[in-house]
Design a protein around this ligand. Sequence first.
Ligand SMILES: O=C[C@H](O)[C@H](O)[C@H](O)COP(=O)(O)O
Length: 235
Amino acid sequence: MSDPAESDVVRFKRLAAERAVDSIQPGMVVGLGSGSTSALVVRRLAALRGEGRLTDVVGVPTSVETEQLARALGVPLTTLEEHPVLDLTLDGADEVDPELRLIKGGGGALMREKIVAQASRRVLIVVDAGKLSPRLGTKWPVPVEVLPFGWRSQALFLEQLGARITRREGRDGALFRTDQGNLILDCAFGPIERPEELASRLEARAGIVAHGLFIGLTSELVVAGPGGVEHRRPT
Ligand SMILES: O=C[C@H](O)[C@H](O)[C@H](O)COP(=O)(O)O
């Protein structure tokens, strides 16, 4: 039943999460993304387990936060060491372009999310319609995870690539640290003309350990908005 206090965005996220969980089959090993939409996926999976469905599904969490939520809700977990190939990953995104290229990492989990996505046979991205964008970088900066060692050099390098940099802080105003203990530089490039080229330049730089451009990784998208819930595949 829907909660009258639930905002439209949260309702769309929930509807998309519910539809996405329909793609999970019994016995699957499933990557569990991070962020508020992925939390709704975990909650839905836990609710189905409570009804005696999908009880043999095991998850690989992409962040400490998702791991804690899944454990609290009794969703069984495993690791990539145990299961280096996953059947399916369900994850959110911050921005999605028409080719289903993504910006991710608003919650700082980009590195583990990308590792898990690359280890998955299928990656299903779950979003509300507000995440759709004509061009990546229009709505969201590209999060870049850097080693603390030499981070100022990486900031200069990113500025030379045209980014306006913000070093991410937590809600308490302290420096944000990823689950790996690294820093995030949020890089506002504005609308990005050639995301593949930018991704290659970021990947070639020592000290940058991950970036939030997810290209060629989305197998399917579930998007929910005022027009309903839609399940898309790349064209
Ligand atoms: O690091 C966080 C992730 O990439 C999230 O999947 C992304 O930020 C979307 O989060 P939300 O579902 O809360 O909008």
